[in-house]
Design a protein around this ligand. Structure first.
Ligand SMILES: [Zn+2]
Ligand SMILES: [Zn+2]
Length: 411
């Protein structure tokens, strides 16, 4: 299988017809052509979390071809590549790229649209793999002048399944232990050509809850004989929405979302049970704890007001993504060098979440954002949208930014 894949890849590499639609202003260098072709190949073959078998095999094959020490099957489908610099001792810098696609049916129509029904690279992880492999290629070419080592972490299952944790369990943060960690996300809220970066929290922690509201079902015309689960669910949702507006300090950030309600079977039957499912987001541990405490209190106390009961399951998710202030300061000039003056912007934190946070909790580092928005080619849709697309110049800029950042930290 690997041989077939490699033939296909090399046929795609430098194929001018595949590049006809590119909006990259100039692709002068062989690696740039290769990076775009790789992204399109990954885009055409999306794989869901922990199923990234094809993607991982291409990654491993490429890293081996660059002369790296490669470990496969790390955290199920993850791949580690270790590049040792030849110019002496130095720190180890971890460069992470995520590989998974989303269970979304693609609504774009182009040559390289998803060929796997019900799966789509709608978050840009296809670009992350292409960037990761291009960074590996460029740094491997310069290894004679590099000190220390670079550990490439190609991670499965970022989208909510905890692939980073699985790779940590399998030893990605040891032997050697990275001194710094870097990751990026192509980002359609930011205009192409720009890099967004900030010290401190840039993405939120995300927890999940599921509540069961228990009443007593009965005839729709005889409510007095029932304890209406729909009514209790409705009041509970409204009460949950008071947490951010009344309990969280106005200058702090938090979100409580109920994204799912399930109850009832017929228009004239009062249901005896309702299920609510939702998520909470925050940047600080204090707000995170407050949100959990209040959700627990409301689920426990609101249904009894109506004669029912509430049961809660709390699922602790990823912590916030927090950038190390010192590392960010060191990297800003590197980003400016590749993006040009005025193109490095202060990133406004988002309440989205990312499991790179579990790495950055242990290793100081920086998670930064590469602008991918371009209205002229309809690259305007949010991440996870069926028409999601990026300006592919983000792949070139992302590679250059990651190479410069890594070299800066290697010293
Ligand atoms: Zn995503
Ligand atoms: Zn993503």
């Amino acid at each position: 299988m690997a041989k077939v894949l490699s033939r296909k890849l090399s046929a795609m590499t430098f194929a001018p017809e595949l590049l006809a639609k590119t909006v990259v202003p100039s692709l002068d260098l062989p690696w740039e052509h290769d990076a775009i072709a790789l992204r399109r190949d990954f885009h055409e073959h999306p794989e869901l979390g922990f199923e990234e078998v094809r993607s991982a095999s291409i990654v491993a094959q490429r890293l081996r071809a660059l002369g790296m020490e490669v470990r496969e099957g790390v955290g199920k489908t993850g791949v580690i590549g270790l590049l040792r610099g030849e110019a002496g001792d130095g720190p180890c810098v971890l460069v992470r790229a995520d590989m998974d696609a989303l269970p979304i049916e693609e609504a774009n129509d182009w040559e390289w649209k998803s060929g796997n029904k019900g799966a789509m690279h709608a978050c840009g992880h296809d670009a992350h793999m292409a960037i990761g492999l291009s960074v590996a290629r460029l740094l491997a070419e310069q290894k004679a002048t590099l000190r220390g080592s670079v550990k490439f972490m190609f991670q499965p299952a970022e989208e909510g399944l905890g692939g980073a944790d699985k790779m940590i369990e399998d030893g990605v943060l040891s032997d050697p232990k990275p001194d710094f960690a870097l990751a990026l996300h192509v980002w359609t809220p930011i205009e192409k050509g720009k890099i967004g970066v900030a010290a401190g929290p840039v993405m939120a922690c995300a927890d999940e809850f599921r509540a069961r509201i228990i009443g007593k079902g009965g005839h729709g015309a005889m409510p007095e004989q029932t304890v209406d689960a729909v009514l209790m669910a409705a009041h509970t949702v409204v009460a949950l929405q008071s947490i951010v507006s009344r309990n969280v300090k106005p200058l702090e950030s938090g979100v409580v979302t109920v994204g799912k309600i399930e109850s009832g079977t017929a228009f004239n039957v009062i249901p005896g049970e309702a299920i609510l499912a939702g998520t909470t987001r925050a940047f600080s541990n204090d707000v995170r704890a407050l949100l959990e405490k209040r959700v627990r209190e409301i689920i426990a106390t609101m249904p009894p007001v109506f004669g029912g009961q509430g049961e809660l399951t709390w699922i602790t998710g990823f912590p916030a993504v927090v950038n190390d202030a010192e590392v960010v300061e060191r990297l800003k000039p590197a980003f400016e060098k590749v993006a040009g003056e005025g193109n490095v912007i202060e990133f406004e934190p988002t309440l989205g979440a990312e499991d790179m946070s579990v790495v950055l909790r242990q290793i100081p580092g920086c998670y930064f954002f590469i602008g991918g928005r371009n209205g002229e080619i309809d690259a305007i849709y949010p991440h996870h949208h069926p028409k999601f697309n990026i300006d592919e110049s983000a792949i070139i800029l992302g590679t250059n930014a990651m190479v410069e950042a890594t070299k800066t930290l290697l010293g």
